[in-house]
Write a protein that binds this ligand. Structure first.
Ligand SMILES: Cc1cc2nc3c(=O)[nH]c(=O)nc-3n(C[C@H](O)[C@H](O)[C@H](O)COP(=O)(O)OP(=O)(O)OC[C@H]3O[C@@H](n4cnc5c(N)ncnc54)[C@H](O)[C@@H]3O)c2cc1C
Ligand code: SF4
Ligand code: SF4
Length: 503
């Protein structure tokens, strides 16, 4: 169903005025002028809500803003960036993930048409395509975003030590912290659940340590209402918790880790400064076993293929060899799913240049021997005989699953889910959800890699912009319509195309 273009009644609020109206940190005069100049003679743009600030939400926001559409980017955590911020390098090019992501995060932050709402979640949505009202709960940061210089003086005096979620629990953070050095916004955040409080007998040391005076324990959560024309959902994914698969001993054996833990361990900004070490003895592993499809393609857990794991395990095995030249990596796989451009060649290079061995088998059980090495029990697919392999480190490629926020958000937005709990989208218009004016991209609609998430994000931006500008949203065109259109033929008998009135 098409949505009629309607006159905008919300006034021209661009650049600094937009930021000010939303109580957001303001961009510089020059930044605003550069972006507003070319919009002066155009009708007031509409606005789009983007939910989720991973790579998909960031790309959708940037594309929309570059089309002159105002964007509210709502992210539940203290920073944008999503999972990509936790990755070391990215397949198939082995580019540094942060080097690609960080400039986009900064661009988002600086764009005068993008208002980033971190620590925020959608609470209610009313209205329809072209005229949604969205209620957002913004949790208090307790640190003034625009004044904080990220000096870290507050964290240095904080006595509370907590598991660092960004480092997958492999290191610790304080009760006042910044999730990672390139976080956007560049500001510390206080976790009220961990903090001792500011009563003189309790603590309040961070307040004393902050010379900028930007910590305020009296800050309260806020509820804000946003008027938007369309909604882009980009709430991403979670990874499967391998605990129920007791045969792999994920919590029993410290040297059994997940793919995301491996990404943090091998990353220069990770807990070991980029040295790939076993968690038990802090020694470099000599043999690594990668186990694929942990939770995926499994009738008891996820029946679907997580699509990115064959490639990320290959990347991790290659990176391991780059860090430890004599390491041997063995990848135990179900099928090798390498369907993207250059993916097959990537796997061949891993085999030929990095000595990665691919073994078609499901590991049945992991045990630990007396020397602390891990023993893989598996079946040799060629001979159907049971075999054993001793490794120093096991890496589980845990499946990509819908995040816990997908189902409640779908209910709030009246969207259907597919049989696996991802957002249902139209097979022939793959970013359209089951509700007009609401679009989805990235891993919340199915597991995808970064290039696919980015392409989908640009698709959602184009679809959402149709509601937010004076253009009519493009209705689905019945194929017959093109055939039925009267054709225009010029005096010479040349075909000029369909008649302008039908075009
Ligand atoms: C171990 C591992 C290695 C990988 N390596 C690669 C690689 O090398 N190359 C590659 O191309 N791909 C790789 N991937 C896949 C890549 O991580 C994903 O393609 C990418 O992260 C998808 O981005 P996204 O924006 O859809 O989701 P996410 O990165 O999950 O971002 C979603 C964002 O939404 C936020 N959010 C969630 N719920 C809500 C809510 N209710 N309200 C507001 N915000 C919310 C989250 O906090 C998060 O910031 C890897 C994946 C894994 C698990
Ligand atoms: S001491 Fe103040 S300015 Fe420095 S990081 Fe902490 S809150 Fe920010
Ligand atoms: S008041 Fe809270 S955040 Fe501040 S130093 Fe004490 S425990 Fe840490």
């Amino acid at each position: 169903m098409a949505c009629e273009a309607k006159p905008r009644s919300r006034g021209l609020v661009l650049g600094r005025p937009f930021a000010k109206a939303q109580g957001m940190p303001m961009k510089s005069e020059e930044e605003s002028a550069a972006h507003t100049e070319h919009l002066d003679d155009q009708p007031p743009p509409g606005a789009v809500l983007v939910v989720g600030g991973g790579i998909a939400g960031i790309q959708a926001s940037l594309d929309l803003a570059e089309m002159g559409v105002r964007v509210h980017l709502v992210e539940k955590s203290p920073t944008i960036g999503g999972r990509m911020a936790q990755l070391d390098k990215t397949f198939p090019t082995n580019d540094c993930a942060t080097c690609i992501l960080s400039p986009k995060m900064v661009q988002c932050d600086r764009h005068p048409l993008i208002a980033i709402h971190t620590l925020s979640e959608v609470q209610a949505v009313t209205g329809e395509a072209g005229d949604f009202t969205v209620r957002v709960l913004k949790r208090a940061r307790y640190v003034d975003e625009s004044a904080c210089t990220s000096c870290g003086d507050c964290a240095r005096v904080c006595p509370i030590v907590k598991r660092d979620e960004f480092q997958m629990g492999l290191s610790t953070r304080r009760a006042i912290y910044i999730p990672f050095p390139q976080a956007v916004p560049q500001a510390y955040v206080r976790d009220p659940d961990d903090c001792l409080g500011d009563e003189p007998m309790a603590c309040g040391r961070c307040i004393e340590a902050c010379s900028k005076g930007c910590i305020d324990f009296d800050e309260r959560d806020e509820v804000i209402d946003l008027s938007v024309d369309a909604i882009v959902v980009a709430v991403g994914m979670e990874t499967f918790d391998p605990d129920p698969l007791t045969e792999y001993g994920y919590t029993r054996f410290q040297n059994v880790i997940t793919g995301l833990e491996f990404e943090r361990l091998i990353c220069a900004s990770g807990p070991s400064g980029g040295r790939l070490l076993r968690l038990t003895d802090r020694r470099e592993p000599r043999v690594i076993g990668f186990i694929q499809c942990v939770g995926s393609r499994n009738l008891k857990y996820q029946r679907f293929c997580s699509s990115v794991c064959c490639m990320h395990a290959t990347k991790e095995a290659v990176l391991a060899r780059e860090h430890i030249p004599d390491v041997q990596s063995h990848i135990f796989y179900t099928d090798l799913r390498a369907s993207g451009r250059g993916f097959r060649e990537y796997i061949e290079r891993a085999q030929q240049e990095y000595g990665v061995e691919y073994i078609r088998s499901r590991v049945a059980k992991i045990e630990e021997d007396q020397d602390g090495r891990l023993v893989f029990h598996y079946e040799d697919a060629a001979t159907s005989r049971p075999r054993e392999m001793r490794v120093d480190l096991a890496v589980l490629a845990t499946s990509v699953v819908p995040g816990p926020g997908v189902a409640p958000l779908a209910e709030m937005l009246r969207l259907e889910l597919d049989e696996y709990g991802f957002l249902k989208t139209d097979p022939f218009s793959p970013t359209d959800t089951t509700r007009e004016g609401v679009y989805a991209c990235g891993c919340c609609r199915a597991p995808v890699d970064i290039p696919q998430a980015v392409a989908q994000a640009s698709g959602t931006a184009a679809r959402a912009a149709q509601h937010a500008t004076e253009l009519d949203p493009m209705p689905a065109q019945p194929a017959s319509r093109l055939v039925d259109q009267p054709l225009v033929i010029d005096g010479e008998g040349d075909l000029l195309g369909p008649s302008p009135r039908d075009c």
